[in-house]
Design a protein around this ligand. Structure first.
Ligand SMILES: [Zn+2]
Ligand SMILES: [Zn+2]
Length: 345
């Protein structure tokens, strides 16, 4: 039985539980491909998962759902000429048979699992996934950048262009703008010539948010930003809010809206309940919508935006796989701006 290098954890705990080891190398079933992993992004989801904060998850797994690599082997029923193809992995394993999957909304499948929650994770030399999950990377996008095409870039495309359907000329408010999602959302919003107002609680993040292309930056340490939004929009408010924070910001986000605005909920930083003022929601006809994940179409758009340079991935650190624990520690301590990417052994 062939083996491979991987990073796993025997118990939930601090970043140091992540250890390089040897595990069994998966073999592709008839409809699968074996992918030699080139790069894997470290998502905050992985940090929560390692700490035992994702319901139903168990230790002893290979984490990671932001994966790019090259097809090393094809299953018996997969076209053999896909061998050698550069691919990014669609992050969810879905049933393919429910009404959501059949309508092209695999992101809504109730029977889906995230890679890294039950096998197939990215902190390893290889992963084995259904061939339909391996999406070709266009020429001109390097694999390190492509590792972010599904999450966080695809997630940003879903929220901004899928759920909010941002149009040229609209004004979009982005909370938590200096975070991994926010920095990519700003660029996605700018790719369709909308006006991006970024909110960040820290002066340190203002510069990077500006670099990402925000038209205006509001630094708001006390998170009371709606008055400033109101002033800057000539008392019109914003057409769209991309809410990456929610805890302690949601009320201000609702107060920042124009008539018939859409507020997209992506973040749950504090994991706490928030209050809404029904009168405000009714009078302004505010639409509140959740978002997460990405469809295949969103991934195609994300890859296109990366290929044309409209979106540049924010990568704060590249570490070899055996140093995954350091990457997790950096994320927990907020010691890095942009994604940590694992690459090389
Ligand atoms: Zn992710
Ligand atoms: Zn399904």
């Amino acid at each position: 039985m062939a083996s491979m290098k991987a990073v796993t954890f025997a118990e939930f705990g601090a970043p140091s539980v992540l250890k390089p080891t040897m595990i069994e190398r998966p073999a592709p079933g008839p409809d699968d491909v074996l992918v030699r992993i080139h790069a894997a992004g470290v998502c905050y989801h992985d940090v929560l998962s390692r700490g035992g904060k994702i319901p139903g998850s168990k230790p002893g797994r290979v984490l990671g759902h932001e994966i790019a690599g090259e097809i090393a082997e094809t299953g018996a029923d997969v076209p053999a000429d896909r061998k050698g193809e550069r691919v990014v992995i669609y992050q969810r394993l879905y049933c393919g048979q429910c009404r959501y999957c059949l309508s092209g909304r695999q992101d809504l499948c109730r029977n889906s699992r995230v890679l890294g929650e039950s096998g197939g994770g990215g902190y390893a030399e290889f992963t084995c996934v259904p061939a339909r999950n391996a999406v070709r990377i266009p020429d001109g996008v390097d694999m390190t950048a492509a590792a972010l095409a599904v999450c966080p870039v695809g997630t940003s495309v879903r929220a901004a262009l899928g759920v909010a359907q941002v149009e040229p000329g609209q004004t979009v408010l982005i909370t938590g703008a200096g975070g991994g999602l926010g920095l990519h959302q700003i660029q996605v919003v700018k790719s369709v010539n909308a006006h991006a107002i970024a909110v960040t609680s820290s002066e340190d993040k203002a510069e990077i948010v500006k670099q990402a292309g925000a038209d205006e930056v509001i630094v708001s340490p006390d998170l009371k930003f709606s008055g400033e939004v109101w002033r800057r929009t000539g008392k019109q408010g914003v057409d769209v809010v991309l809410e990456n924070v929610v805890t302690d910001t949601f009320g201000e986000s609702l107060r920042s809206t124009a008539q018939n605005a859409i507020v997209v909920v992506l973040g749950n930083i504090g994991g706490k309940r928030v209050e809404i003022d029904p009168g405000l929601v009714i009078v302004r006809r505010i639409r509140i919508s959740g978002s997460g994940n990405a469809t295949y179409k969103d991934v195609e758009i994300a890859l296109h935006l990366l290929a044309t340079g409209a979106v540049k991935p924010f990568i704060g650190a590249v570490l070899p796989f055996p140093r995954a624990s350091e990457g997790h520690a950096m994320m927990e301590q907020r010691a890095v701006v942009g994604r940590v990417v694992l690459q090389g052994w």
